[in-house]
Design a binder for this molecule. Sequence first.
Ligand SMILES: [Fe+2]
Length: 344
Amino acid sequence: MALPNNAQQQLENLYEEMRPRSLYPLWEVLASLVTPKPNAATRSAKWQFAEVRDYLMRAGDLISAHDAERRVLILENPGLPGTSAITTSLYAGLQLILPGEVAPSHRHTQSALRFIVEGEGAYTAVDGERTIMREGDFVITPTWTWHDHGNDSSKPMVWLDGLDIPMVAMFNAGFAENGAEDEQAVTAPEGTSDAKYASGLLPVDWKPTRQTSPIFNYPYARTREALAGLAKAGPPDACHGYKLRYVNPANGGAPMATMGTFMQLLPKGFAGAPYRSTDGTVFSVVDGEGESTIGGKTFRWKKRDHFVVPSWAKVVHKAASEAVLFSFSDRPVQERLDLWREQR
Ligand SMILES: [Fe+2]
């Protein structure tokens, strides 16, 4: 807006006078605060597994999981440097545990998901129960629960950590503490949570005490079987192929209050229709090869690669061979807040 010179000068003087009193004119910043569409600096990006693995192994030569507390390489969004965030609400990293190592017990208010990328046989312990992890398994660490990891197998294990760190930081609701012992006492046999909660049955008098799913490990074998069954049952969705969401059996919602998790099967030769949604999404390639065009930029991917689709960026998935993609996003939060949108 054009103002007479003296009026503009008087406004500048007014701003100057107000600034020490922590007062600012909204009309100068309104357009950048309330935008016609999402406009965060988040960019699309891909991390090739062979490269990340090499850096992880080199870090493994230099620092133990114990000394690092968690030996993780953060997948930081190139548009959000210095934030340790992969989207404005989510954190992602690839964690390495070598044979014989223990990542010591701690707890925090941030919720975590583990998605197993390579290896088999390491365990995660949460609240006295251990689960042995295999490739493609999705394992939950609920908010404020003690957890430690160990690798009793003979091979390195790598998994994707997904956490709601930026979201918790936004609320300034972060708490964390270290356990007295590296490894927590095991008080329940392996498979307890699976037996109690993961068969379409629940203990008769059980009442949930939190929004997080009581299922500890959603094993890949079962997820893959469900996808295969779905693929036999009918045609794929034009945008997603065959896509399932992981579910909390206690309430039908997402497994965690802050993060939704998904697994999709793209048949060989699948060429998806364009899709976008407001939940910036992190993908882990479980199997197969293909490419995703995100906001006009094409990323070729194969097994164990990772990539991120920013909020409202148009994405088109194509599969050269049958492909399986795991993904997670903040969709349950946006849905709860009546913010989530999609466009096909
Ligand atoms: Fe942790």
